[in-house]
Design a binder for this molecule. Structure first.
Ligand code: NAI
Ligand code: MG
Length: 365
């Protein structure tokens, strides 16, 4: 049977950008004999409007069964007044938690045509293609004890950086598997010089690395890593790091390349019975209520998220490259949604025109 995909468009521009992903999925079925069983359901505010909850139990069950979930974005001003327990983002959090998506993949990829958008010099970022793997379900955001406590005559705020060997091991394994699908180069970042969890992190990553002799493994203190990411990002291929450092380093890396409308992401969990990892793919951006319903949204982040699904869930690395190359071609031709317009101006294309141009480039590939 065909690999299965659950599409959760969500709110705001989510459905608009997802419609363009549907065109791409359909193209693969029609032109590359790569058909998917696609189902669609509600998440976020859209699910709340229908079910009174941001993710229905049946939708959660479906997400657990499919080979990959593609999510648009959730949220919007209409839902800001809701109780925390039914806020749109709770739908997203439930998916991440119940699917146990412990590895968050954030690429920083610079399309040459957009290199001028970077806050760095063009030659520092042109051709950049790196991937940060952030541990997502443990570390200092979750460790106990945590809280604000009375201590003598003042209060103390406490969070605990805590990592078990198995938590480090599964994140490391996800990163090595990725490195094997890319350029077999992995850099692990921690602060083993001042943190016990960092010492253990380095030890476990090194041990897992013995199972991947083809991957060139290096270690770097995370503060130096931040510096190196801005100084010479092309020295990296895959970076693996903990939840806190990964939060900061991935935001930093994202801005090496420019617009929010261009950034995809993936969150992976443990391998399922068929060997594929539990997986959810989504653009980094939100529901963009300021431009929703106007045909202005850039669908590329969402389409690149599908390219990641091709590569990391469906073992279709060549087809993922085909799609990325088609996007590169369209950008090189000067086709731009409004968020990609430079100061020199020009006429932006609409969301669906951008999707159509990408399909044309796929046809020509
Ligand atoms: P946002 O990412 O939705 O928008 C930030 C700015 O970037 C806006 O000016 C928007 O127009 C622009 N932008 C975002 N994506 C774009 C695209 N594809 N093409 C062109 N322009 C784009 O973040 P914001 O405004 O902070 O949040 C809006 C809503 O989205 C909130 O309800 C927030 O909670 C939710 N949100 C949801 C996320 C998710 O579903 N994963 C992530 C971040 C925010
Ligand atoms: Mg962040």
């Amino acid at each position: 049977s065909n690999p299965s995909i659950l599409i959760l468009p969500g709110d705001g521009i989510g459905p608009e950008v997802m419609a363009e992903v549907r065109k791409v999925i359909d193209w693969y079925g029609a032109k590359r004999d790569l058909a998917f069983d696609v189902s669609e359901d509600l998440v976020g505010g859209a699910a709340y409007d229908k079910h009174g909850v941001p993710l229905a139990d049946e939708t959660m069950a479906k997400a657990q069964e499919v080979d990959a979930v593609l999510l648009g974005a959730v949220g919007g001003p209409k839902y800001d007044v809701l109780d925390f327990s039914v806020k749109p983002e709770r739908g997203l959090l439930r998916l991440r938690k119940e699917m146990d998506l412990f590895a968050n993949l954030r690429p920083a990829q610079c399309f040459d045509a957009l290199a001028d958008f970077s806050s760095l010099k063009k030659d520092v970022v042109a051709g950049l293609d790196i991937m940060i793997v952030r541990e997502l379900t443990s570390g200092v955001y979750f460790g106990e004890p945590r809280g604000i406590f009375e201590e003598g005559n003042e209060r103390v705020g406490i969070n605990t950086q805590r990592y078990t060997e198995s938590e480090i091991e599964r994140a490391a394994r996800a990163a090595f598997e990725l490195a094997m699908k890319r350029n077999k180069k992995l850099c692990s970042m921690e602060k083993a010089n001042v943190m016990e969890s960092g010492i253990l992190w380095r030890e476990v990553v090194t041990r897992v690395g013995e199972e991947y002799p083809e991957v060139e493994l290096s270690h770097m203190y995370a503060d130096n890593g931040a510096m190196q990411l801005v100084r010479a990002p092309k020295q990296f291929d895959v970076i693996v790091t903990d939840n806190l450092f990964g939060d900061i380093l991935s935001d930093c890396a994202a801005m090496l390349t420019g617009s929010l409308g261009m950034l995809p992401s993936a969150s992976l969990g443990a391998p399922m019975a068929n060997g594929r990892p539990k997986a959810m793919y989504e653009p980094v951006h939100g529901s963009a209520p300021d431009i929703a319903g106007q045909g202005k949204a850039n669908p590329i982040a969402c389409i690149l998220s599908f390219a990641m699904a091709l590569r990391y869930s469906f073992d279709q690395g060549d087809e993922a490259t085909r799609l990325e190359t088609a996007i590169e071609k369209v950008l090189a031709d000067g086709v731009r949604t409004a968020d990609l317009m430079g100061p020199e101006g020009g006429t932006p294309v609409s969301t669906s025109e951008m999707g159509d141009k990408i399909i044309e480039a796929l046809d020509a590939s």
